[in-house]
Design a protein around this ligand. Structure first.
Ligand code: PM9
Length: 459
């Protein structure tokens, strides 16, 4: 019997035309963009899978909420609504809104990290690690080894290796670890979830040593969905219940609302600790604004509050992950190497296996993302050696085991037909993969280089 995929649990009310370009035009656009898909213009892209960040389609209910914005400088009713919803759905005592996730990361890292501290995490994320390092912290990877193997098909590849965490505590001492940063799901591992059992165990170990656990909750609803379908004992629990239990194992979280809160802009920092909250309210006025708006308009906070409620609807999240599975299945059945198992927000091409004739120092994932655009007008993102950047102490390039191209699915935006176009383009590229050449980096910014670096094709 043919496998079936879930149809859209929404109907389309507004449409946005997208650009159809020729190959000759795309070759020119890509060269002008320095072979970096971040530097393309949106109107040069046919299907834009650069990111799922801020690219969601909002619902009619969210748009209605935008008209209910209370744009008072302080104490707007939309902040109070957001605060109520976050307390109810996530369970934290305090919330400080920020303009997006990295605003929350900035506050948390600045308040908690001292030079010489260690911040363990289940694989790094670009902006998260940059803020930790900027405050003198050292990121330590404590994810299970399987997460670094693109072909290992394990249910909870985002789990922390508790032995690695215990070893770090023994070596440096708990007082040098301000908090453990636990990402649910793990973006750079391929959108891989953390099991509830592992969250509980990390929380227990950290409590014993009086170390805080701060979640990167950016894609926490996707994580809750995977717990429901993969972890024994959760099959009959609602997404909302699972989410609340997950958060009970954290002392707080940073959140990029641009992902699982279904909005185009916004984020927040949460915590239970009154003193931490006090310090966050002191710092937020310097970078974001009053603690009751944190860089956001009242209307944006209203859309985020409503987005949080919508995000725990099973039909929404079931369809979202089904779209990823559909694309991954098409690619896998044609022999195209992708990260296993399929994650929550994207399908990741394994550029190391796809372009096994290009060494990592010639940026295979960057080259593959550029070629995919030229081939089809589909924009994707490099998640390999360029994103990993350089070791701050030695200046050497990191060489991550995962060299990936991310085909990121925006929420409620594209149809299965769009995904067919993406799959066919990747399959076609796979057939002529030996013709794809590596790149040379000709401009390298010092921080978060993947956003603006420029490249040229090797002869
Ligand atoms: N993620 C993404 O495309 C957008 C920026 S990086 C290209 O995946 C996690 C797990 C994220 C994330 C952003 C942030 C930062 C924190 N944690 O972009 O500042 O995936 O809202 O969030 C991006 P903001």
């Amino acid at each position: 019997m043919e496998k079936s995929y879930v149809a859209e649990p929404y109907k389309i009310k507004v449409v946005e035309p997208i650009a159809v370009t020729t190959r000759a035009e795309r070759e020119k656009f890509m060269a002008e963009a320095g072979y970096n898909t971040f530097l393309l213009r949106s109107d040069q892209c046919y299907i834009d899978l650069l990111t799922d960040s801020g690219t969601s389609a909002m619902s009619d209910n969210q748009w209605a909420g935008m008209m209910m914005g209370d744009e008072a400088y302080a104490g707007s009713r939309n902040f109070l609504h957001l605060q109520d919803v976050v307390r109810e759905y996530y369970g934290f005592k305090h919330i400080v809104p920020t303009h997006q996730g990295r605003g929350a990361e900035n506050l948390l890292s600045s308040i908690c990290i001292k030079p010489g501290d260690y911040v363990p995490g289940n694989m790094y994320f670009t902006t998260t690690r940059a803020h930790q390092e900027r405050n003198g912290g050292k990121f330590v990877d404590i994810i299970i080894d399987d997460a670094h193997d693109s072909q290992k098909d394990v249910a909870f590849k985002g789990d922390v290796d508790l032995k690695k965490l215990q070893k770090l505590i023994d070596e440096v001492g708990a007082d040098k670890i301000p908090y453990v940063c636990l990402a649910v799901t793990v973006n750079l591992a391929g959108g891989q979830p953390v099991s509830m059992g592992n969250m509980r165990a990390v929380h227990e170990l950290c409590s014993k040593h009086k170390i805080k656990v701060m979640f990167d909750a950016t894609r926490c609803v996707e994580n809750a969905y995977f717990i429901k379908i993969r972890e024994k004992g959760y099959e009959n629990r609602t997404i909302r219940e699972i989410l609340k239990e997950m958060m009970s194992y954290a002392d707080g979280c940073t959140m990029s609302g641009k992902k699982d809160c279904l909005v185009n802009i916004g984020g927040f920092l949460c915590m239970n600790d009154d003193d931490l909250y006090q310090r966050a309210t002191e710092l937020v006025v310097l970078y974001e604004g009053m603690p009751s708006y944190g860089g956001l308009a009242g209307r944006d906070m209203e859309a985020m509050a409503r987005g949080i409620v919508e995000s725990v609807d099973y039909n929404y999240i079931h369809h979202r992950v089904s779209q990823c599975v559909y694309l991954a299945d098409k690619l896998t059945s044609a022999g195209v190497p992708v990260v296993k198992p399929t994650g929550g927000h994207a399908v990741f091409l394994d550029a190391r296996a796809f372009l096994d004739h290009i060494p990592q120092d010639q940026f295979p994932a960057q080259a593959l993302a550029a070629e995919l655009y030229i081939e089809s007008g589909v924009r994707s993102m490099e998640r390999g050696i360029v994103s990993a950047g350089r070791n701050k102490e030695t200046g050497e390039n990191y060489h991550p085991k995962l060299e990936l191209v991310r085909l990121t699915i925006p929420r409620r935006v594209y149809t299965y037909s769009h995904l067919d176009v993406v799959a066919n383009a990747c399959i076609e590229m796979f057939r002529h993969r030996r013709e794809i050449k590596g790149l040379e980096m000709v401009y390298e910014p010092k921080l978060l280089r993947f956003f603006t670096a420029r490249f040229k094709p090797l002869a």
